[in-house]
Design a protein around this ligand. Structure first.
Ligand code: ME8
Length: 522
């Protein structure tokens, strides 16, 4: 198939605070972004995908102090767990960035110097509220009262009164341009998050304190050695660091501005107000889209150490399988909204859709071809009924799923796909190939080959969600690795090419075994 000039596509996740081990929310974000990265590669784009850890700031410094170790030591250990989690979950990042890396310090200092050159930075004294948990400054008017008269941030975290000399960024100067940006369709999605940001800017923006002097765990401010940058200034810059900024690299030319920043709903303000303002000041192009996904809850509750309901994502993947977990998360939660998970829900979904429907379809089809046709792919001349099924499956796999995935509506895309799987299973029941074996063996062959063709389309389309299982099934179907792109689905010659190779179907190995609930969860 002729390759079009591949369009570059740069996607990032938020970089996580490695002040503890990764939780299911981190896994959810990494998996979602990975599904997009894999999908875009399968659509023929040239993808760059970055994730990593955000290691500076007061939150990290305090956690390390509590544990009687250095911040660097804490970061080294915990960042390793985040990277391991990504590897275990098959997250296909091109770079796992750590903000302690030298090139990141250089990039952060470079963006700082550009903002300074524009005249957007000035020295003053910060007096106000700060939440260490959120690493965020809040205005008095945003706070609520907690127990015993304590003050809480809009995220419900404690705030502390902070007074220190600080560099300020002229955020107020960008108010009008930010409003225009936030109102432009497509920049911030889902649209439901837009109003809150617009309201925040309309209230009037104050200049932002962008350096700290009361601790030194961060990137040094150029020319002000006793200041470290406010952690969000360096954190956001990671998206540029990974492309080689400030150098004029091929990656910068190909991939900046980013196509998509995937983040959670709690950090939309940083990505759609502060980040674009820094970039405007530094005279750099703005990211094309920021998507704020919802939060994942454990049986409807936020996970916390005090509730004792914190789940280790690696354990979940170990219990249910990486691909079952990935499928569940993308299928169950409407991307953009909050979602809930439980072992029961994972088992129910995976058994109904992966084991009993898709897995069973593959298993039945391939074993009948192996057994009743000696695995040989015969000449294939479908009848009207067969064409109807082939058409249904093809439009689900080559049109509906890709259209929905392009819009980041994964759950809807997978729904179109599973409906096509159901249609195939219904066809098997109606055609009853096991009965045709005696009465009309020629017809049996056509039915089985129709199913073989639908399996190929279904498996190609679902690769971004269940990459490992899909690869194993495509191997069993004999589809060469260079013919597995989603845009290759409609290729009319794939079957003849496969027959020419002399490929035969072997007795299949089941790909989605039925899951059982682990005992303690029952
Ligand atoms: O915010 N469900 O790091 P972080 C879904 N370092 N997503 C969740 C979640 C949950 N329960 N809990 C957190 C930071 N997240 C900063 C980002 S980016 C330049 C700096 C998401 O470790 C959260 O919304 O607190 C964020 O997108 C990501 O996990 C990392 O969160």
């Amino acid at each position: 198939m002729a390759d079009r000039d591949p369009t570059p596509f740069y996607i990032t996740t938020a970089i996580s605070y490695p002040n503890g081990r990764p939780h299911i929310g981190h896994a959810y974000e990494a998996i979602s972004a990975d599904v997009i990265a894999r999908f875009q590669r399968l659509m023929g784009r040239k993808v760059r995908f970055q994730t990593g850890t955000d290691e500076h700031g007061l939150k990290m410094a305090r956690k390390a102090e509590e544990q009687g170790r250095t911040a660097r030591d804490l970061a080294d250990e915990m960042s390793g767990y985040f990277r391991e989690m990504c590897d275990e979950l098959n997250v296909s990042y091109d770079r796992f960035i750590r903000t302690v890396e030298d090139d990141h310090h250089r990039a952060s200092q470079a963006i700082w110097s550009r903002m300074e050159a524009t005249g957007d930075l000035y020295l003053d004294r910060y007096e106000g509220w700060y939440s260490v948990r959120d690493e965020a400054y809040y205005d008095e008017s945003e706070l609520t009262e907690g127990e015993g008269g304590t003050k809480l941030s809009p995220q419900g975290t404690p705030v502390e009164w902070t007074v220190e000399e600080s560099w300020f960024f002229r955020l107020s100067k960008y108010q009008d341009r930010l409003l225009e940006l936030l109102r432009s369709p497509g920049f911030l999605e889902p649209a439901s998050r837009r109003n809150e940001m617009i309201a925040f800017v309309e209230q009037g923006l104050r200049d932002l304190s962008v350096s700290r002097t009361s601790f030194d765990w961060g990137v040094k401010v150029p020319g002000s050695d006793d200041h470290v940058m406010y952690v969000w200034v360096d954190a956001l810059t990671n998206y540029l660091t990974g492309l080689g900024f400030p150098n004029d690299t091929q990656e910068m030319r190909d991939f900046w501005p980013a196509d998509l920043h995937i983040i959670g709903k709690d950090i939309v303000r940083f990505h759609t107000i502060y980040w674009p303002a820094f970039l405007m000041s530094a005279d750099l192009p703005l990211p094309k889209k920021v998507f704020g996904h919802g939060f994942l809850l454990n049986r409807g509750q936020k996970e916390s150490k005090s509730l004792g309901n914190v789940t280790d994502p690696s354990e979940l993947a170990g219990t249910f399988g990486v691909d079952a977990l990935r499928y569940f998360l993308m299928r169950e939660v409407a991307f953009g909204q909050d979602g809930s998970y439980s072992p029961e829900a994972i088992v129910t979904r995976a058994n109904a859709e992966l084991a009993n429907s898709f897995g069973n379809l593959a298993q039945r089809t391939l074993s009948m071809i192996a057994k009743n046709m000696d695995g040989k792919l015969a000449i294939f001349e479908p009848s009207d009924d067969d064409w109807k099924l082939l058409g249904t499956v093809r439009s689900a796999c080559a049109e509906e799923l890709p259209e929905q995935f392009e819009k980041l509506a994964f759950s809807t895309g997978i729904e179109a796909w599973i409906k096509a799987v159901y249609a195939c299973n219904q066809y098997v029941d109606e055609q009853a190939p096991w009965a045709l074996r005696k009465t009309d063996p020629e017809r049996m062959q056509i039915v089985l080959l129709t199913l073989f063709a639908t399996l190929r389309d279904l498996t190609i389309a679902i690769q971004p969600v269940v990459p490992e299982k899909a690869a194993s099934l495509l191997d069993q179907l004999g589809i060469p690795e260079n013919e597995r792109r989603i845009d290759a689905i409609p290729d009319p010659d794939w079957y003849n090419r496969l027959v020419e190779t002399g490929f035969t179907v072997s007795k299949p190995t089941p790909i989605f075994p039925r899951l059982e609930l682990p005992e303690e969860a029952e």
